[in-house]
Structures are given as C-alpha cells and as structure tokens.
Design a binder for this molecule. Structure first.
Ligand code: IMP
Ligand code: MG
Length: 178
C-alpha cells in the first residue's frame, strides 16, 4: 500500500467485479443503440479502459475535460470545458463515464451540455458515489459503489495530480492535505 494511503477502501478484486457487473448491464441496455462512451478526463481513464473491455456491444469512445478541483480537496462548484468532444453527437446514445460523484455539480452541468449538443440520450455511469456530499440531485444510471465522505485516491483518482496509478481506491491520509 502507498505510504500516503490510510487504508484501502475498494480493493482490486472488488473493483474488477463491480466493473464486470456494470459492463454486463450496459451491454444489455445498449444492444440496439448507438453507444458512445464519453470519459471525463482525467479521473475516468483507468475505469473507462477496464469497463470498455468488458462491454460486449459495439461502442465508440471520446473524452471531455471539465475544470477540476485544482489542487484542493473541495469542489468549487464552477465548471468549465477545458477540452471538448472530437465529434458531433447528434442522435448518439451518450454514456458519461465518471470516476466519482461528489457534489454532483460536474455531472449536472455535463449532462445538460451534452444533451444540448443533440444526443439521443445521455446517461451516467460512475464507479463511486459519495451520497452524503450531494448538493444537487442527479440520477445515476449505472453505479459501482457508494462510499463514505472520505477523500479517496487511486484507480484514476488524484490528489494534486498524484496517485492516479494506484490499482486500488484508498483513503488519503489527512496529514497529506491538512
Ligand atoms: P462534483 O462536481 O463535486 O461531483 O465533483 C466530481 C469530481 O470531483 C470528480 O470527477 C473527481 O475528479 C473529484 N473528486 C470528488 N471527490 C473526490 C475524491 O474523494 N478524490 C479525488 N477526486 C474527487
Ligand atoms: Mg474527475
């Protein structure tokens, strides 16, 4: 375990089984659809690459980057597009792939933004959710697992751009950021 990690919250084996379950549901639901996975950079990349390998229906991928936390651990509530999609999405069934939903502000914005581009449907798939921190009500179509209000790192998730490469989801030691 990394020295800055307090404890492992979701280990590699658990992540694997969550990803498999999600991919199975998605594959059933998108059988006759025009599926485009849209990963929110950068946190979703590890989850998305594992998830897409388990999806058995045809799909395309793209990425979009919204403004992040900067280097802090608390959301600012403001969202900007830093990198946009590389293709039109008229008539496309978009599935947003996210690492974690915290306040819900980022995804509320993204869902509206992508719908306004003419997508046939826009749904949300997230590996993690912290329901106790929600500021806006947002329906999650595909959820891996709910977690308590702890700042987590690994499996794509960062603190100040570090720890994304850890293969598990762990709780960051408070001494690292306070
Ligand atoms: P929201 O707009 O507050 O829902 O923020 C979601 C984004 O905040 C996620 O995409 C993550 O990048 C980041 N985030 C929220 N909680 C954590 C955490 O515990 N660790 C790392 N990043 C987090
Ligand atoms: Mg993120």
């Amino acid at each position: 375990m990394h020295k800055d990690c307090e404890y492992i919250l979701v280990d590699e084996q658990k992540i694997k089984s969550l990803v498999k379950e999600l991919a199975q549901k998605i594959s059933e639901d998108y059988k006759d659809k025009n599926l485009l996975l849209v990963g929110l950079l950068k946190g979703s990349v590890v989850f998305m690459s594992d998830l897409m390998k388990e999806i058995s229906v045809d799909c395309k991928i793209d990425f979009i980057c919204a403004s992040s936390y900067g280097t802090g651990t608390v959301s600012t509530g403001r969202v900007n597009i830093v990198k946009d999609l590389s293709q039109p999405i008229d008539g496309v069934d978009v599935l947003i792939i996210e690492d974690i939903i915290d306040s819900g502000n980022t995804l509320t914005f993204m869902k509206k933004y992508l719908s306004a581009k003419g997508a046939a449907s826009v749904k949300i798939c997230t590996l993690l959710s912290k329901p106790s921190r929600r500021e806006v009500d947002i329906p999650i179509d595909y959820l891996g697992i709910e977690i308590p209000d702890e700042f987590v790192i690994g499996y794509g998730l960062d603190y100040a751009e570090k720890y994304r490469n850890l293969p598990y989801v762990g709780v960051l030691k408070r001494s690292v950021y306070s």
